[in-house]
Ligand binder design. Structure first.
Ligand SMILES: [Zn+2]
Length: 429
């Protein structure tokens, strides 16, 4: 292999690590790759000189001089990230490092149907670009996280449980027609999990699971830090495991899916039904007798004020989720489960001990020793930043390769350029 190719591979590998870990020192890079300190220093000097990376202050010292931290140079380009849930959509414009330049949140209008929602979502992206003062031509890419069941190759929603109009909607094509850029599309539990891996509690986790609980439920599985997508991309449909025979009908057509018992929709529906039937609960006063005002926030407020009915509802939800998680934990033996999403953000403090108890009651002791269950600390803007991460690393690679090509008069595409692993081959150049 010619020297230039190996050096470029190593440099690109470092860039990817810098993107993934946001801020790292040269010695961190050396530890992560197994490259010598000399090689890392030489590669970083070259990347600094070419403007791909920048020095961003000092890290913690382990005794000696405080190490200088490096990050991707934010001026390399801008990215748009769109997070589309069934109820709300969040849009962010970031620089290539993921720093927020503008953020907007609006109702997604998904339930009205794609003919209304798609132009509305395009308008939301346009408004975000305007707010950030970023022209369409300046974008390196657009990442879209969307909550339906997807054909990722084609960029279409195959269907969306509970919103029946979303059958075979060509989301990628509609965005491409408008923006002239083909967006990357992935489902929202995965884009939220990408944010968790880069910015949240899973920064150092190898084998872990992200559970999203919002209007519905989903998950993302990471094995050796990489997202596990399954044979055709449909892994992680944890919300559709059956937990109750003859339970409520799920949007997927089956009965008793976890989704129907553990989601904001399920929680609110149960509360509304009970209040309408005249059950004695503080929720009645809190919603002024209008059950349509009942929200997760209201149920949490009632529970915090000692309302027995609301406490019972949250107990049942937490315990149901914990029981289902036992299967997940036994199957995958994860070191970490992060629970995020709207319901998690509103009710996490109350639910966490209930879930932990339910899991530890049913899981094998040896497995429990290694397991941490946490609620996400990320904000809604981070969910949209997660969508932007679908394109960040690819855009960075493209920029690097095009600059290499320009500088060297045509370097062949570095097809095997992936994150460097700790191996002997990678050390030698
Ligand atoms: Zn289902």
């Amino acid at each position: 292999m010619p020297k230039i190719r190996n050096t470029s591979l190593h440099a690109l590998g470092l860039l990817k690590l810098l993107y993934e870990h946001v801020r790292v020192s040269r010695s961190d890079l050396s530890a992560m790759t197994g490259y010598s300190a000399f090689l890392v220093s030489k590669l970083c000097d070259s990347l600094l000189k070419k403007g791909f990376i920048t020095e961003v202050g000092s890290g913690d010292s382990s005794g000696g001089r405080r190490p200088t931290l490096l990050s991707i140079a934010p001026g390399l380009g801008k990215i748009a990230g769109l997070h589309v849930g069934r109820v709300n959509a969040r849009m962010v414009v970031t620089d290539i490092c993921g720093n927020e330049l503008a953020f907007l949140k609006m109702p997604s209008r998904v339930s009205v149907g794609p003919s209304v929602a798609m132009p509305h979502l395009i308008d939301l992206v346009e408004k975000g670009l305007q707010k950030a003062g970023v022209r369409r031509e300046e974008l390196l890419g657009i990442g879209v996280g969307i909550s339906g069941i997807l054909d990722r190759e084609a960029g279409t929603t195959l269907y969306w449980p509970k919103v029946p109009q979303w059958v075979n909607v060509p989301v990628r094509r509609i965005f491409t027609d408008h923006f002239g850029i083909a967006p990357e599309i992935e489902d929202t539990p995965r884009t939220m999990a990408l944010a968790e891996r880069r910015l949240g509690l899973a920064r150092h986790a190898e084998n872990w699971v992200y559970l999203m609980i919002g209007a519905s439920m989903g998950s993302a599985i990471f094995i050796n830090r990489e997202l596990y997508t399954g044979s055709r991309g449909f892994s992680g449909e944890f919300g559709h495991i059956t937990v109750k025979d003859d339970g409520p009908l799920c949007g997927c057509g089956n009965r008793g899916c976890l989704n129907t018992l553990v989601s904001a929709t399920a929680l609110i529906h149960t509360a509304q039904t009970s209040v309408s039937e005249g059950l004695s609960t503080q929720l009645w006063e809190l919603c002024d007798g209008d059950v349509s005002k009942i929200s997760v926030d209201l149920i949490v407020r009632a529970a915090s004020a000692g309302d027995r009915f609301s406490i019972r509802l949250l107990n049942e939800l937490g315990s149901q989720l914990g029981k289902a998680m036992i299967t997940l934990v036994h199957l995958l033996d994860p070191e970490l489960v992060v629970i995020g999403g709207g319901l998690a953000a509103d009710a996490g403090q109350i639910l966490l001990p209930i879930i932990r108890n339910a899991v530890s009651d049913g899981v094998l002791p040896l497995t429990a020793n290694n397991l941490s269950i946490q609620f996400s600390e990320l904000r809604e803007v981070d969910w949209a930043i997660g969508a932007s991460m679908l394109v960040g690393e690819k855009a960075l690679e493209k920029l690097f390769l095009s600059k290499q090509e320009a500088a060297k008069g045509g370097v062949k595409k570095l097809e095997s350029a992936t994150r460097p692993k700790r191996d002997k081959e990678a050390v030698s150049i």
